[in-house]
Design a protein around this ligand. Structure first.
Ligand code: HEM
Length: 431
């Protein structure tokens, strides 16, 4: 709220005077002022229709949208993801045999029991990165680290190499490809042609790289290898269910695309929220030696700022949303719907005392990894890595952020955490 007016009052005035500006205002609020804006919508207009899109803010309604993939589809992602990858990917199709088959196959490979080893790997990588920052900081009394690039993305890209079996020509090149494709696929609402072209270029390079990598790895397959690419290449399905080379490549591409932006993004969001809740950070520090007691702090921190704040869907046929409630609304076919997990997880009808930082939130209320048909393939390893990297950061004594603005999280496109500069005590100071 500014100048005593609510968001909806300001929106109403802008719609009368300058409708395009009204839409830009709503988009701006959802990027930078989302917490207050969604809070107002949840009470005043839980299903908020604009001429361009409809925002869904209550938990039950977000769950309804995400559970009905034949009504609320991901078709809007298809033109961009298809163009980048040269074919269909599960996150751009709904309820097709391809979704069924390939999600099943990839789930069978990314097994929950990998989480322990992947967590250990992430812990080791985070320690190395933090030690390297210390070595670089020379004689400075405090270590300074730019956590997003030096730790979070560094770990994420090494997980691509060591766990997925997909190192990229270099980690930087692989990270550049994922950033370009994800920026266009999920944050280029206005269809900026330069962003589009960069994504298609990155996609072509990624797929050419994968073609070479698959051929190379297939020629040198060894039984003991446990990375996902090796598992995929050693999996044989009956011929009538066989997947051709392009399907394998597209599913392998989906691993870094699903991880390299969202993983580091979630780590930055969680850590920032721990700093925003100093009592929780202090309590988390007390139990940081025990992962199972530490992890709930990460998930509750993330609830205050999930990486995916909005999940877009296209309404395929008229649908009465929230039927039988006072907010029931017909969503017309063709409507672009923005389901807002960031709002749903603050809906007091589903989450008691949502403003309180509490560790006993039931798991089913967590929407960090989506819900339903498109729920995240990487939930198990990703959850373990996010918690472990944040834990290793919190274990560094005296961890703090620099005073604003230097210590703020800097985001690209207001979405992707890109820089977050932190400091901590040197090892010698601790001895
Ligand atoms: C190992 C790491 C990861 C991999 C391989 C991965 C991969 C994927 C894939 C392939 C999908 C599409 C599934 C489908 O369409 O059926 C997906 C969905 C999703 N992932 Fe992940 N992901 C990873 C990590 C993450 C992280 C760290 C987050 C956020 C904290 C995240 C959040 C999501 C969400 C919200 C969806 C649902 C999107 C929607 O419904 O529109 N993922 N993931």
């Amino acid at each position: 709220m500014t100048a005593g007016k609510t968001f909806l009052e300001r929106y109403g005035e802008a719609v009368r005077d300058d409708p395009l500006r009204a839409l830009a205002m709503v988009q701006g609020w959802m990027r930078t002022d989302w917490r207050a804006f969604f809070a107002e919508l949840r009470t005043e207009r839980p299903i908020f229709a604009t001429p361009a899109f409809t925002v869904v803010t209550r938990y039950a309604d977000v769950a309804e949208v995400l559970s009905l993939e034949r009504v609320f589809s991901v078709r809007a992602f298809a033109p961009r993801l298809d163009a980048a990858l040269g074919g269909a990917f599960m996150l751009a199709r709904d309820a097709t045999p391809m979704n069924w088959r390939e999600k099943g196959l990839m789930r069978a490979l990314l097994v929950p029991e990998d989480a322990t080893a992947v967590r250990e790997l992430a812990g080791r990588l985070a320690e190395e990165a933090l030690d390297a920052a210390e070595a670089r900081s020379g004689a400075e009394p405090r270590v300074r680290v730019e956590a997003v690039q030096e730790v979070f993305r560094h770990v994420a890209l090494r997980i691509c190499a060591d766990y997925f079996g997909l190192p990229g020509p270099t980690p930087e090149t692989l990270g550049g490809w994922t950033r370009a494709i994800i920026l266009d696929g999920f944050a280029n609402y206005h269809g900026d042609p330069a962003v589009r072209a960069a994504s298609e270029r990155a996609g072509a390079e990624l797929m050419a790289y994968l073609a070479g990598l698959l051929a190379e790895r297939r020629n040198a397959l060894a039984d003991g290898e446990r990375d996902i690419l090796s598992r995929l290449l050693r999996t044989s399905l009956p011929a009538e269910l066989g997947l051709d080379e392009q399907r394998l490549m597209i599913n392998m591409a989906g691993l870094p695309l699903g991880w390299v932006e969202s993983g580091p993004g979630a780590m930055a969001e969680a850590l920032e929220q721990l700093f925003e809740h100093p009592e929780a950070l202090a309590a988390a520090g007390e139990v940081a030696g025990e992962p199972e007691r530490f992890d709930p702090y990460v998930w509750e921190a993330l609830r205050f700022s999930p990486f995916f704040k909005l999940l877009p869907r296209l309404c395929e046929r008229d649908h009465l949303l929230a039927a039988g409630t006072s907010r029931e609304t017909v969503i017309k076919a063709g409507t672009f719907v923005l389901a807002a997990p960031a709002s749903a997880m603050f809906d007091a009808h589903a989450v008691p005392d949502p403003e309180e930082f509490r560790l006993d939130r039931p798991e089913h209320l967590r929407l960090f990894f989506g819900l339903g048909h498109h729920s995240c393939l990487g939930v198990h390893p990703a959850g373990a890595v996010i918690c472990e990297v944040v834990r290793r950061m919190v274990l560094r004594p005296g961890l703090s952020r620099l005073p604003a603005p230097e210590g703020d999280v800097i985001r690209v496109g207001a979405v992707f955490p890109d820089r977050f500069t932190l400091t901590y005590d040197r090892q010698e100071a601790r001895r």
